[in-house]
Design a protein around this ligand. Sequence first.
Ligand code: ATP
Length: 324
Amino acid sequence: MDEPSATGVLGHAEGEGVIHTRALTKRYRGGQLAVDGLDLTVPAGSVFGFLGPNGSGKTTTIRMLMGLIEPTSGTARVLGHPMPRATRAVLPHVGALIEGPALYGFLTGRDNLLRYDSADPSADPRTRRARVAAALDRVGLAAAAGKKARAYSLGMKQRLGLAAALLRPRRLLVLDEPTNGLDPQGMREIRALVRELASDGTTVFLSSHLLDEIEQVCTHAAVMARGRLIAQGAVADLAARTRGRLVVTTPDTGDAARVLKERGVGDVTVTEDRVAGEPPEGELAELTAALVAAGVRVRGFGVERASLEDAFVALTGEGFDVAG
Ligand SMILES: Nc1ncnc2c1ncn2[C@@H]1O[C@H](COP(=O)(O)OP(=O)(O)OP(=O)(O)O)[C@@H](O)[C@H]1O
């Protein structure tokens, strides 16, 4: 069934995910293969980070999910319905912030939202002002509602865009690089807002090229590189797939490296006073004993937690270079 049910609420099969793609592929006319065989499942209620360097195919995927462009092959389902076929039924349940909000600088924040709300034929004009006031309040712009939007900072503009997406209840929020271009304070505000929205049960799908952002905000993530999906799952599981690095801090780096290698530690590297390697399976205490017995002055010894960045590097075999 591709139309909304009688209650107007879109249902989706248990376990299918709020977003579900199979072999989703987009080749642009110029021949560029932007998205290549993507199988993505976004669980209901998750804050899902869509992570990848610039040019890895994130925006192209989002545009297919929102029914803005046709896939070359494969399928995309959003809230249980095929896109782009069911775009008109699905989009009212989806709040999207893609490529920055379209705002009128000469209008106040409040008037921008009133205008936006009045463009929605299903929005009741009698409750418009209350709806707009609630949305402004939600994003922390109530006090600045009477200011012209052109006087807003970039972070305030992003928040106003979010308020527009929140004028009606949403099952899913899709945010394309929501903190791009913001200063650290603006980033913190948007991240806090995303967490708050998610705590109400809204599924949030957000793209980012910032690994630490995904670690801070998201419960789940998918990692893209060159149009292909490299991994997806719970953020904690993704990081756990990469074992941490064993790190020995010592002035005797040469001897320490030798002892670690003798004891079967792989991939031993030395940087200044740190000797690092893959942690061995067995008891770490034996390693410290061996180091001490060899006369190595051990100033620090431990396994550093793997981050999502470590996982990305391990998965792709390359650094997370966002410049490209
Ligand atoms: N309209 C288009 N026509 C041709 N090629 C395109 C088009 N849009 C994007 N591409 C190419 O497709 C690839 C993926 O781009 P896309 O914008 O989806 O990546 P992205 O991960 O969202 O990166 P960014 O964060 O820079 O937007 C890139 O190589 C890009 O140059």
